[in-house]
Design a protein around this ligand. Structure first.
Ligand code: SF4
Length: 181
């Protein structure tokens, strides 16, 4: 089965790609589409690690460099942002998978214990139905820690916040990068 795997970041993708590869059932192509990430320096750091992952795993990746700071600033409230963020990305993933002739799509968002797993599943199922494509659902969360450890060993960039401008300012990680918006 030819599957398009949305990659939110390299550390989350490690466990997902390993799990899918181990099954031996999929021909995998990655799709980097994360216009929620801000600022551009952070976007590029994460993208660079996905490029390394692509080479290390020998998995081709399609890059969509759309970037939407003004959209986030003007159109979203702090409260509804995650639903809108999932919807924006997953709708595009399903549409792209259909347009490019894949059999199915999935997303590395399903590995993160920090995301709303059930909401992502519902949105992906709705997008699959909307575009007439299969959504491969897996609960990848048991592979999260192992994947993160492997990402650390490989030297991938480990981000300190989820991605959007709101999450940047909410993060209290002591070593978060200092950016001006
Ligand atoms: S916290 Fe994460 S999932 Fe929620 S809107 Fe921000 S980037 Fe998207």
């Amino acid at each position: 089965m030819n599957i398009l795997v949305h990659i939110c970041c390299a550390p989350c993708a490690v466990g997902v790609l390993q799990n899918l590869s181990d099954s031996g059932s999929y021909s995998i192509t990655g799709y980097y589409y994360n216009p929620n990430i801000h600022p551009v320096e952070e976007f590029l750091k994460r993208k660079e690690s996905v490029e390394k992952l692509s080479a290390d795993n020998n998995v081709p990746v399609i890059y969509n460099d759309e970037f939407m700071l003004q959209y986030w600033k003007s159109s979203l409230s702090k409260e509804n942002r995650c639903d809108a963020c999932y919807l924006m990305r997953i709708d595009d993933i399903a549409k792209t998978a259909k347009q490019k002739g894949f059999d199915a799509f999935t997303t590395t968002l399903l590995i993160s214990p920090w995301q709303d797993h059930d909401k992502i599943k519902i949105i992906a199922e709705e997008a699959a139905s909307k575009y007439g494509i299969n959504f491969l659902y897996r609960d990848f969360r048991p592979f999260y820690r192992e994947g993160k450890n492997e990402a650390y060993k490989r030297g991938y960039y480990l981000q300190k916040y989820c991605g959007c401008i709101y999450s940047y300012f909410e993060s209290d990680h002591k070593k978060k990068p200092v950016y001006e918006f």
